[in-house]
Design a protein around this ligand. Structure first.
Ligand code: V0D
Length: 243
């Protein structure tokens, strides 16, 4: 019998908040609010399951095209999130990381996310990684630019470029051995990656839940995690038990 897969890094695309609100006859922002509360519940559940890194896709570089009232509400969510949950995060030793183009954020949002990272910097438990104003193609493009500059300056030759050098220049590099997600879950029935962690997901298992994010609960998470733990991961190789 094969061993169980270790789930170190879980990534989630938290989709379906607007749909949840519409089903309840509420404004879209009510969905965002309930979605925010669910971030806390799922963070604590993930921690209990022994997950080391939880990456959540919250706001992409494309979301700026939404109505400006909605964007304003979204930009205030990190402020409310940390106001409400910082004591719980500290009590649970959770370390916050925000990955994305942070210099484009409104100053208040920028300050609160920087402060959250600073305040939790010495925590040693679960890493709660928000992808915020993040886009994977931009991230890869930046890495390529950096390597291009190194060639130009004569520091390296193009022949020396390998996968490791690219991985090291992505925003997930700081997670070391856990930098690539083992499992990606997307809620709300959509089956797309939407410019999230394109490089890092190369060998990840993909899973989709029909539930909208505000309804996705601890029990759902447990089911996806046990399903993952019993899957047979091959990383492109042939499995002996197949032959
Ligand atoms: C709205 C579902 C927490 C997705 C969850 C602006 C839609 C709730 C955060 C958050 C969002 C982000 C960064 C941070 C702390 C918290 C968040 C957004 C949307 C994008 F440092 N929930 N949340 N950010 N929603």
């Amino acid at each position: 019998m094969a061993e169980k897969n270790q789930l170190n890094h879980l990534a989630i695309i938290m989709d379906g908040n607007g749909r949840w609100a519409r089903k309840q006859g509420k404004p879209r922002v009510a969905g965002h609010h309930e979605g925010m509360n669910n971030v806390e519940r799922i963070t604590l559940a993930a921690d209990k399951l022994g997950i080391k890194v939880l990456s959540l896709y919250a706001f992409s570089t494309e979301n700026w095209a939404r109505p400006k009232e909605e964007v304003a509400y979204l930009m205030n969510l990190p402020v409310r999130f940390f106001d409400k949950f910082m004591p719980t995060l500290m009590a649970n030793n959770v370390k916050v990381n925000i990955m994305g183009y942070l210099d484009q954020l409104p100053p208040k949002t920028y300050k609160v996310v920087q402060r959250a990272m600073a305040e939790t910097a010495d925590n040693t438990g679960l890493i709660l990684n928000f992808a915020f104003n993040y886009g994977s193609r931009s991230e890869i493009t930046s890495a390529v630019k950096e390597l291009g500059g190194m060639i130009e300056s004569g520091a390296i030759s193009s022949e020396q470029i390998d996968e490791e050098m690219i991985s090291q220049r992505l925003m997930t590099a700081k997670f070391g051995a856990f930098r690539d997600p083992d499992l990606l879950i997307r809620t709300s029935g959509e089956q797309r990656i939407s410019n999230f962690l394109l490089w890092q997901l190369a060998y990840s298992e993909l899973a989709f839940s029909p539930k909208n994010w505000p309804d996705f609960n601890e029990e759902d998470l447990q089911e996806f995690v046990s399903e993952f733990q019993n899957r047979n991961r091959r990383f492109g190789k042939v499995d002996e038990s197949d032959s």
